[in-house]
Design a protein around this ligand. Structure first.
Ligand code: SAM
Length: 225
């Protein structure tokens, strides 16, 4: 585990309760107005009998999908977030680091949708992306929603690199800043292609008032080798 990976995971341990409250009280405007509906809408566009929510956090997406009839499995490295998810129900939730998902994810079975909703934060995610192909049923889809590179770039140079999320915009409850790895659009697409994924659709869900993109939403299928 790299130092940055350890800090990411520490942050989601320390900030777990604050994050759970923030999500459940719908305090993040972009989620409330745009990105929650965007990921649910994308999932709804095809079969979603079994869904794996990778980095599920406190489990909101699994709960929403369970109400629509999907069977959901949520995995996350943060034990307190998984505790919150289990307490609220809506699926099967397991504490599982991505390294364990890569090694022994086969015991979770196969899925027709894999979702990573704002959950790919580390630099070295290629092994995870490659391993996820094995979790997918034939014809299944991988959906990745992440920060929009041009919006998230801010005033910094438009190049891949580590950034720091202080959560200042979410109030004082978050005590552990989180490093996260910024990727350009070109870098995202190259990484996905190199790990065996073919782009089916690229969406840029936009804020209804400002018109700015709130996220990058990628729909992928496993490339036939
Ligand atoms: C921004 S939160 C998103 C949570 C959820 N997907 C949502 O939409 O609310 C990122 C999540 O990724 C998880 N995560 C980050 N790195 C991880 C890793 N290496 N293994 C497992 N989970 C990880 C964190 O614990 C956290 O719950």
């Amino acid at each position: 585990m790299t130092d940055q990976d350890a800090r990411i995971r520490q942050s989601w341990q320390t900030n777990a309760d604050a994050w759970t409250r923030t999500v459940r009280e719908q305090r993040i405007e972009s989620r409330r107005l745009v990105t929650d509906a965007a990921i649910l809408g994308a999932i709804d566009e095809g079969p979603a009998r079994r869904v794996l929510d990778v980095g599920c956090g406190e489990g909101w997406l699994c709960r929403a999908l369970a109400q629509r009839g999907s069977e959901c499995v949520g995995v996350d490295a943060s034990a307190p977030l998984i505790d919150s998810a289990q307490a609220a129900g809506g699926g099967r939730f397991e504490v599982m680091d991505y390294a364990v998902l890569i090694e022994s994810g086969s015991r979770l079975g196969q899925f027709d949708v894999l979702v990573c909703n704002f959950a790919l934060l580390d630099e070295n995610i290629a092994p995870l992306l490659a391993a996820l192909r094995e979790r997918l049923d034939r014809g299944g889809r991988l959906l990745i929603q992440t920060v929009h590179p041009w919006t998230a770039c801010g005033d910094e140079p438009y190049v891949d690199g580590w950034r720091l999320e202080t959560f200042a915009a979410f109030g004082a409850e978050f005590s552990a800043p989180m490093p996260w790895f910024f990727r350009t659009l070109e870098s995202w697409l190259a990484l996905l292609s190199a790990t065996g994924w073919q782009l089916r659709q690229l969406r840029e869900p936009r804020h209804p008032h400002t018109g700015q993109p709130c996220s990058l939403l990628l729909e992928l299928q496993s490339r036939v080798s």
